[in-house]
Design a protein around this ligand. Structure first.
Ligand code: PEP
Ligand code: CO
Length: 480
C-alpha cells in the first residue's frame, strides 16, 4: 500500500517546493480550502481501484493506454461542444488503437481538472515591453492581462468546473454517446496521399467489419458496445487544491481483486479487522489519475511528498534531466511495495534524445524490480518556435519520438504501454504537418491554445492510424 509513515495530506508543507504560489490573501485561501474539504468527492474509491486494475494490465502488456486532452484546460472549455468533440476523438482513437495493438484500450482524458500550469518564468513580457505575471492556469489566474493577479476564489471555481465537466461526461456516456451501434464519422477527406488514404480506409473498414460481426453474433449482449470507461486526469501541481480534495476513505470491498500483488498480510478483507489502517487510505478525489510534472519531481521536495501518500495510480514525467538514480529513488519513494502498474512513467525526451536516453532508463527500472506502465509523451520534448516566434510542434517530430519509443521498447523486450498526447477535438492550427499539410505560415489562422500547441482532430486521429500501422506491421511511414 502507499507509504504513509509520517505522511498526512499536508505533510508536503514542510518540504521545499517548486512552482510555489504566493497568495496575498491567506484568509481567502483558508476559506477556499475549508470549502473544498467539505464538498463531495468527484470520483470514488471504487473507480480509482478499477483504473488501478486496468493499469496493472497495461504494465503487464495486456492492454494499451491512451491519455489525451488540452495542455491548459480553461474554465470556458466546460461546454457541451468542447467536451463532446474531445470525447468523440478519444473514442475514435481508442478504436483505432484496439485494432492496432489487438488489445483492450484504457482511456484517460486530460480533462475535468487540468487547470494548473507550471511555467518556466513567473513573469511574461508583453509586446509593449511591460512585464506581467505569467498565466498559470485558470485555477490561479486568468489569461487576459488584467486578470493575472492570483485569485484564491479560483480554487473553488476549479472544483465546480471540474464537477460540471465530469457530470456531463458521465451523463453523455450513460446516454450512449459511445454506443458503437451508431455509425462513426471518420472524416478522412483531407488525406490526399492515395497510399495513406487507402491504408487509413482499410483500418476503418476493418473496425466497422469487426463491429458488424460482433453485432451479428450477438457478442454485445453484455452491453460492451453501448458504453466505455473514460477516466479523468490532471497534473497534480497545485497542492493546496490536491490536499484539500484528499479524503480518507474505506477501501471498496472488492479492491484486492483489482490489485493482486499487494503483500499477503494486507490482503485480508475481514470487516472485523481492528486495524483501521488496513481498511482505509487516502484518496485524491479530484481525478482518477494524477501525474507529477517534469519541473516538480525532485525526490525530496513537496510534490513527491504529497504523491507518495495517495492510493490513486500516478504518473511521473521523465525527461532529459532525469538521472537514473533519481528515477529509481522516485519509484521506491512513491511505490515502496512495488505494486505493478501503480506508477506510469511518462517519457518525454524529444525526437533527437529518445534513442540515447530511453534504453538506459528501461534497463535501470528493470533492475530496480519495479513493473511500471511505460507511456510516451511525444509532445513536450518537441516544442519549437517558428521564425515569427510562434510555439509549435511538427507532426513528424511527434511521430518520430513515438515510433522510436515503440521500437526501443520492442528491441529491449519491454512494452510501450501507452501514449500521452496534447490534443483537441477542434479544428485548430497549432501543430504543423500531417495530412492536413499545415505549414508554419498557416498557424495564425486558428491558433487558440493558451499554453502548448495541440494536435487537432485530424492530426490526432492520423497519429492513432500510424501507431496502429506500426503495431500491426512493425513499421510505418509518416506524412510530415
Ligand atoms: C504538461 O504535460 O502539460 C507539461 C507541462 O509537461 P512536462 O511536465 O512534461 O513539461
Ligand atoms: Co503542455
Amino acid at each position: 500500500m502507499a507509504a504513509t509513515n509520517d505522511w498526512t495530506p499536508t505533510s508536503w508543507r514542510s518540504k521545499p517546493i517548486k512552482q510555489e504560489v504566493v497568495y496575498d490573501d491567506q484568509l481567502a485561501v483558508n476559506k477556499a480550502v475549508t470549502k473544498l474539504t467539505n464538498l463531495p468527492p468527484l470520483v470514488t474509491a471504487h473507480e480509482i481501484w478499477k483504473l488501478r486494475a486496468s493499469l496493472r494490465d497495461v504494465a503487464l502488456g495486456k492492454s494499451f493506454l491512451l491519455q489525451g486532452g488540452d495542455c491548459a484546460e480553461l474554465f470556458s472549455y466546460c461546454n457541451a461542444g468542447s467536451i463532446d468533440s474531445k470525447t468523440k476523438l478519444l473514442l475514435q482513437m481508442s478504436l483505432v488503437l484496439v485494432y492496432g495493438a489487438n488489445k483492450p484500450v484504457v482511456r484517460i482524458a486530460r480533462m475535468a481538472g487540468q487547470y494548473a500550469k507550471p511555467r518556466s518564468s513567473p513573469m511574461e513580457t508583453q509586446p509593449d515591453g511591460t512585464k506581467i505575471p505569467s498565466f498559470r492556469g485558470d485555477i490561479l489566474n486568468g489569461f487576459p492581462a488584467e486578470e493575472r493577479a492570483i485569485d484564491p476564489g479560483r480554487l473553488v471555481e476549479a472544483y465546480f468546473h471540474s464537477a460540471a465537466t465530469l457530470n456531463y461526461l458521465r451523463a453523455q456516456l450513460a446516454s450512449g454517446v459511445a454506443d458503437l451501434h451508431n455509425p462513426l464519422d471518420w472524416n478522412l477527406g483531407h488525406v490526399s496521399d492515395p497510399d495513406l488514404a487507402e491504408r487509413y480506409h482499410k483500418i476503418v473498414d476493418s473496425i466497422a467489419e469487426s463491429l458488424r460481426f460482433m453485432r451479428t453474433i450477438g457478442a454485445d449482449t453484455a452491453g460492451q458496445l453501448q458504453t466505455v470507461d473514460l477516466y479523468t486526469s490532471h497534473e497534480g501541481l497545485l497542492l493546496e487544491y490536491e490536499s484539500a480534495m484528499t479524503r480518507k476513505l474505506r477501501h471498496p470491498n472488492n479492491k484486492f481483486s483489482a490489485c493482486a500483488g499487494v503483500p499477503a498480510e494486507t490482503r485480508s478483507n475481514n470487516s472485523d479487522s481492528e486495524d483501521e489502517e488496513d481498511e482505509s487510505g487516502h484518496y485524491n478525489t479530484s481525478a482518477h489519475f494524477l501525474w507529477v510534472g517534469d519541473r516538480t519531481r525532485q525526490p525530496d521536495h513537496a510534490h513527491i511528498e504529497y504523491f507518495r501518500g495517495i492510493i490513486n495510480p500516478i504518473g511521473i514525467k521523465v525527461g532529459p534531466t532525469t538521472s537514473v538514480s533519481d528515477l529509481c529513488e522516485l519509484l521506491d519513494v512513491v511505490n515502496p511495495d512495488k505494486e505493478i502498474g501503480k506508477v506510469t512513467l511518462i517519457t518525454r525526451y524529444g525526437q533527437d534524445k529518445v534513442a540515447d536516453l530511453l534504453p538506459t532508463h528501461i534497463k535501470a527500472v528493470r533492475e530496480s524490480g519495479h513493473i511500471v506502465v511505460w507511456q510516451c509523451d511525444p509532445m513536450h520534448g518537441n516544442t519549437r518556435s517558428t521564425a515569427t516566434g510562434i510555439k509549435t510542434r511538427s507532426f513528424g517530430a511527434v511521430f518520430n519520438e513515438l515510433e522510436a519509443s515503440l521500437r526501443i521498447h520492442r528491441a529491449l523486450g519491454s512494452v510501450l504501454g501507452g501514449v500521452h498526447l496534447e490534443l483537441t477535438g477542434d479544428d485548430v492550427t497549432e501543430c504543423t504537418g500531417g495530412s492536413v499539410g499545415l505549414e508554419d505560415e498557416d498557424l495564425g489562422s486558428r491558433y487558440e491554445t493558451f499554453c502548448d500547441p495541440r494536435l487537432n482532430e485530424k492530426q490526432a486521429l492520423e497519429l492513432a492510424f500510424l501507431i496502429a500501422g506500426f503495431q500491426r506491421k512493425g513499421r510505418a511511414s509518416v506524412a510530415v
